[in-house]
Each structure stands twice: as C-alpha cells, then as structure tokens.
Design a protein. Structure first.
Length: 160
C-alpha cells in the first residue's frame, strides 16, 4: 500500500505542470510534414525509450531546439516505441527528461514499409536522424548518435 501511494505521488508530481502532448502518427502524416516546399529545416530524430544511445543524445536535441527556437527550424523527436506504451512509458519518460521539443509516436510496425520512406540509407537501426530542407535541396541522414556540435553545424549549414 505504501509503495502504491509513493508511486502515485511520484507520477502526480512528475506530470504536474508538464503539458507535453504526444501525437500518434502514421508515416504518411510524417511525410506530409517534412516533404513540403517550405524553407523550414526539419530535424527528425528517431528514438525509443529502451535505446541507450538515443536516450543519451536526447538532451542535445532538446538544447538545439532551444538554440534555434527563433529560426526556421522544426525539431521532431519521433519515438518508435509501441503505441500501447504511450501512457505507461513514453509520456512518463519525456516528463522525467523534461523534453520541450515536439514528440511524436510513430504508429507503424512494418519496418519494410516505413523505413525506406524516411531514407533509403536507413537500415532500421536507431538512433537515426534526418535533416531536411526541401527548398534548399538538403537531405542528410545519420544512423548514429549525434552531438550538439554536429547538429549545430548541420542546422547552420541548412540556414545559409
């Protein structure tokens, strides 16, 4: 009983004041957002709560999001956790990490279908990041952990 009360209080205090809304999307929804004729640079990071390198790089993505908040840059943190884990794992995770960048949950299970729609260079491993600016014909894909410095250089190049 005591553990239940402590857990409830922890969850209540963790979520109190935290309003990150996580949209559940299909790959076609994501494509519509990033494959447009906008001059916005999209940084799309694919991650999961169970992926240690992903978890390690997320603070850098969130910091980059803050650094470029007044620029034409849109950060999308796309979780590939299972849809049924949204409320029990993903939302508590982003609340605990206090992520401010937009978080989406990709509701796809067939990697053979959705992976090539992101990049033909993607083997399916995570972390994976796509940096794209369609007006400037920029489309860079990384299948590795990225750092703040690498992200900053990529974004600054896309804004020139």
């Amino acid at each position: 009983m005591k553990r239940t009360v402590i857990l409830f209080l922890f969850l209540f205090l963790t979520f109190k004041g935290y309003s990150q809304n996580v949209s559940v999307i299909k790959i076609t929804d994501l494509e519509k957002r990033i494959k447009n004729n906008s001059d916005t640079t999209y940084v799309v990071n694919f991650w999961a709560t169970w992926c240690a390198p992903c978890v390690k790089e997320l603070p850098d993505f969130d910091s980059i999001n803050t650094t470029f908040k007044n620029e034409k840059v849109k950060m999308l943190l796309v979780s590939i956790d299972f849809k049924e884990d949204l409320k029990t794992k993903v939302i508590p995770f982003i609340a605990a990490k206090k992520l401010k960048a937009e978080v989406l949950l990709l509701d796809e299970v067939d990697g053979n279908y959705f992976i090539p729609k992101v990049s033909d260079q993607w083997s399916g491993a995570i972390p994976a990041t796509l940096v794209v600016n369609n007006q400037k014909h920029i489309n860079h894909f990384f299948e590795k952990k990225l750092t703040y410095i690498i992200l900053k250089i990529e974004i600054e190049e896309s804004l020139k």
